[in-house]
Write a protein that binds this ligand. Structure first.
Ligand code: WTA
Length: 676
């Protein structure tokens, strides 16, 4: 691919481009049992049959009332899927499996400490625990349909129990990644107007018991300062009967869930019949502005979509033991640890801790001990596992039939290790491309029908019709291998409904670029902008090149450059801040920060540390910067715009290009000297 084919973007520009590799084919043993082997699939899901083909997805669920209309476009581009239909997500993930499978394991919870017992929660136990907790939410916490509740919990069996109890009552959950800081949690409490926060006292990370409740005590204080009082903090106990931390309870606000549940022994709560278009949850994600946005997902469309994706792309059968090694605090965990697999009645594994704790064989021991046969993770974890224990998988007796990757491009070399060593050459691999906003997969190869191509995701999954535009808004011919902005031509049920409380931002960000008629009610006028650069090869496979906006993908997690820069600017000495992604062998990308000082202040290692710490305090450890460089000035255009592209090239030891048009070209060499 020549350079001029690359869309000029912050991330894509520095993306590592690799050679195209061979195809790999699914083994016959997989094809024989695959959920989807159907030569007519392309025809059945062709655009001329849109939107009716999505009925097939909705029919995987149990409805109280069928829908009146598959797609209601009257409020374009806020699509309403299965309008008029009624269902409950908790019922679909639990109750409907009880008749045949109540004694089957729904959740295997694996604590990080190996000496602790693995918890096997059957569907019947899940039913009981979700009902009792739902009663507590309703009667103690006084929550009802449509209320928002923020959940800041580590990986535990109690996290899906909490989510499903919310879903049972029609309460909109907003799960915040457990590793996020008090400040990041407070922002989300405020934006969603949550008066109830649900937490857990403590959890293990790399063998250390972390005092998690203390983080949420602080989150409550910060949220109140910003105008949202948390009147009830529900605290799950890691070890029932005794708090796992020294943190004391705040009278009148804190309730120990394990104690309070004793009042709800045997309680049963009827699932609320939700309209398909009513929201199920919010998931905050990073975008181009400083404030994270709450992606609002609907009940019927979302659940139908993730169930279909789990069935056809992840090939989950009810008898499978499936392990998605992601965190439930991200969309991957929502869709593919909780909702998708449980809607299909499979057994889903939840692992508390670090994949390489206490040693490089941990994951493979878990797979062996629980008979995991489907494994889902991200390239960053695969890279880490390969680095610390390239020969470990061979030592364990497990058999994966199917593996997936998600979140960032995977290098063919890493892909091949995943295939040969982790999959023992016998598992199919599906590289799934999607986003928080999209609810489920956009692109992937069909595991039983299409070959795998290392380094590429697949074509659009059934029902998704991709289109790639160039910078001028012209359609790039299919299969031309030219890079452009990848969009989706048609709406799909998994797509988020809006940004919580900010419809304008939703419309502008995702549909503004290519919509020519803002009053149109025709879905054809509203291609969805993913924000990624991509190219489609002659075989129809898509390769994702990276973000076209100000988003950095660190270990498969999205961080907004503005979020990091705003965090740096909370340090009073800092005048300007600019962050760029730097290639990292395990994480894919890592943020590196450049700051300049206000007059009268001098650079010092203490100040560098202060800025680095401010980023971690404001956002969390995942945003930790590789370096903080205090520079005399930022490279700027004559109109005063910071040239992040130049900083990105310096950080990645690349070519800075022609800098003579800058207002201060001399600064480039000064910064280079400092960084090299
Ligand atoms: C990137 C994660 C390459 C992409 C589910 C997207 C990928 C962003 C892939 C969304 C993939 C996701 N190959 N890049 N298979 N999957 N991405 O919202 O840039 O955390 O826009 O959702 O991750 O990240 P998010």
């Amino acid at each position: 691919m020549s350079d001029k084919n690359i869309v000029a973007t912050s991330d894509a520009e520095i993306a590592v481009h690799w050679q195209e590799e061979d195809y790999f084919y699914p083994p016959p043993s997989f094809i024989h049992q695959a959920n989807l082997v159907d030569e007519t699939i392309g025809d059945r899901f062709s655009l001329d049959k849109f939107p009716e083909y999505y009925k097939e997805f909705a029919e995987l669920l149990t409805w109280y009332k069928y829908w009146d209309e598959v797609l209601d476009t009257s409020d374009a581009p806020c699509w309403k899927w299965f309008r008029g239909g009624k269902l409950n997500a908790s019922f679909n993930c639990i109750d409907r499996h009880l008749t045949e499978n109540k004694n089957k394991t729904a959740i295997h919870f694996v604590p990080e400490l190996e000496e602790e017992r693995v918890l096997h929660v059957t569907y019947q136990e899940l039913f009981v625990r979700v009902n009792e907790f739902a009663a507590l939410l309703r009667d103690t916490a006084k929550l009802k349909r449509g209320d928002r509740v923020t959940i800041h919990m580590p990986m535990s069996a109690e996290l899906p129990i909490t989510m499903l109890a919310c879903a049972r009552l029609g309460i909109i959950h907003s799960v915040v990644f457990g590793g996020f800081s008090a400040s990041a949690c407070a922002d989300r409490i405020v934006d969603s107007n949550s008066r109830v926060l649900i937490t857990m006292d403590a959890y293990y990370r790399s063998g250390k018991l972390l005092d998690h409740k203390a983080v949420d005590d602080e989150a409550c204080v910060l949220a109140e300062k910003e105008g949202q009082k948390v009147d009830t903090l529900l605290v799950w106990q890691r070890y029932p009967g005794r708090m796992s931390t020294k943190t004391s309870l705040v009278g009148g606000r804190d309730i120990v869930v394990n104690e309070e549940l004793k009042n709800y022994y045997g309680a049963r709560v009827k699932p609320v019949q939700m309209l398909a278009e009513e929201p199920l949850f919010l998931m905050y994600t990073s975008g181009t502005t400083g404030k994270p946005k709450g992606a609002q997902h609907g009940t019927g469309g979302y659940l139908a979509y993730v169930t279909a994706m789990s069935k056809y792309i992840q090939d989950i059968h009810p008898e499978d033991v499936y392990w998605c090694m992601a965190d439930i605090g991200w969309i991957t965990g929502h869709s593919f640890i909780v909702y998708g697999p449980l809607a299909l009645g499979a057994s889903t594994v939840i692992y508390e801790g670090v994949p390489t704790y206490p040693d490089a064989g941990r994951c493979w021991r878990i797979a062996q001990d629980l008979d995991v046969n489907i494994f889902h993770t991200a390239p960053t974890a695969i890279r880490a596992l390969r680095k610390v224990g390239p020969d470990e998988p061979a030592k364990y007796n497990y058999h994966f039939k199917h593996m997936t990757t998600v979140g960032e491009p995977i290098e063919p070399e890493v892909w091949k290790w995943y295939h040969k060593v982790v999959g023992k050459g016998k598992a199919v691999i599906v590289d799934t491309y999607w986003q928080t906003e999209t609810g489920g997969f956009l692109c992937a190869s069909l595991p039983g029908m299409q070959p795998m191509k290392p380094g590429s995701t697949g074509p659009g999954v059934p029902g998704i019709h991709t289109i790639i535009f160039d910078e001028n808004g012209n359609i790039i011919p299919r299969g031309s291998g030219k890079a452009g902005n990848i969009c989706i031509q048609n709406p799909w049920p998994g797509c988020f409904q809006t940004i919580w409380g900010n419809r304008k931002r939703f419309v502008d960000t995702y549909f503004g670029m290519y919509n020519k008629n803002p009053s149109s009610k025709d879905w054809r006028d509203w291609p969805y902008l993913t924000g990624d650069a991509a190219m489609e090869a002659a075989d129809g496979y898509i390769r994702i090149l990276g973000r076209i906006d100000d988003v950095i993908n660190v270990s498969g997690h999205r961080l907004g450059t503005k979020e990091i820069e705003s965090a740096a600017l909370t340090v009073p000495e800092i005048a300007e801040a600019a962050v760029v992604p730097v290639a990292h062998e395990i994480k894919g990308k890592e943020p590196e920060l450049y700051v300049s000082l206000k007059p009268g202040f001098d650079p010092s290692p203490e100040l560098q540390k202060k800025v680095a710490d401010a980023v971690v305090t404001q956002i969390g450890k995942i945003a930790r910067c590789k370096n903080v460089w205090i520079v005399p000035d930022m490279p700027k255009t004559r109109s005063g715009k910071i040239m992040r592209r130049v900083l990105g090239a310096i950080s990645n030891r690349g070519d800075v290009g022609n800098v003579m048009t800058l207002a201060n070209p001399e600064i480039v060499d000064q910064i280079k000297d400092m960084v090299s």
